[in-house]
Design a protein around this ligand. Sequence first.
Ligand SMILES: [Zn+2]
Length: 464
Amino acid sequence: METGPATEPHTSRDEVLRGAIERARRSPFYAQHLDGHSLETRADLSSLPFTRKQHLTEQSPFGMLAVPAAKAWHYHESSGTTGEPISTWSGLSELKRMASRVHGMVPELDRETILLNRFPLFAPVSFVFEEALRQAGACHIAAGNLSWDVPFTRALEFIRRLKVTAISSLPLEPVLLRELARDQGLDLATDLGSVELIFCGGAVLPPALRRAIEHDWEARVVEIYGSNETMLMGVGCTEGRLHLCGELLEFEILHPETFEPVGPGERGIVTITSLVQEVMPLVRYVTGDLVRRETEPCPCGRADETVEVLGRFEETVEIDGASAMQYEILDAAYEFADTLGTRVFFVLIRPHELRLLVELDDPSRTVSAEKERELARRIGLPVTVETLGPNEVLDRSAMFRTPSIYKPNVITDWRKPGRKPITIMEALLEWPSFDGRTLFHLGKRQIKNALRRRRLSREDAARS
Ligand SMILES: [Zn+2]
């Protein structure tokens, strides 16, 4: 009997899964890993062995491929915690499905959209947005944040001049752009008021941060959940909840220790099986991401389960027997900073406490002991707060100090006014030159930071 493509309505979930497992077996890794295992129905999934990040590292670059490498559309490589690269390959047809998921869930994406895409070009998720914009018939600006072509200042300039309506980026990006805009005397409501939609992905999005971005930009935030291995796993709906993409992946939410399925309202590790991926299918891949399953169905009416993404389980912070997720720490910190009228802080995880460095216009303003205790109670870990002055946590001038980059060349015309490069690298890159005053401030800041670092390290050493 012939099986249709995975999305055809007459295809049962069991059939889709059977097809996915058979496709996975085409890779050298799964041919061996699944040897002796079979799947007839969805219920058999739990009898298949897990795939761990370690497997992906060991199998890089070609071991997970179910097709010849040249048949993949995109290659990405990231360094794992061990520093060993992890290869991820993806296909064009799955990219299109992912893009249509984003397009279908975000009503603001239409022909009028101009999206400033700050995801780095090397990262697969960047192309999900490019394709979603293509499907919407809208304009895409490839302005990856790791490229020297579009530093923060230019990104801001694009928003203002081109009347950009949407941004896709890490959740920190809108915070940084806002600080830079304020520094440059731009007003978010008037100068940058065209932005109505901000996609945030690539890091956790705690509620207090979402509220801050929505408030500052007067824009709707859409959460995007994915990873390099999977590209896209979830998209936020108009109700602000994150729906898992059930047509792309089979999800299991498993207890972090027992690896048994957890119930609604409970926390578990996201484990996925690819349903549509043909290039690098994954079977029961343990992503390491901790989520909380929601208990109530979403009012938006979508059937896909909604979860709250809490971040990487291995990044749980433990101090003296108590623990908190970075998500919870950041949520409390953004809320706390908001009460002080700032968005700028930096959290140091120290052996015996969290140190919250908060940047204030007036650093002499003190934080009451009661407020500090309340923050510590909220996080569940010991916290002390240190207030710092303008630019001591976020050096805004550093956001300007990016080099100008030119087309590589081996010929230069010195008769023209301006710079006179004398090497290929000089012709390619131009670092801004600093006046004495800037150099003095830079030096002073570096010395202050070094002293603060030494003081805190000595305190840590003395306590342990
Ligand atoms: Zn919903």
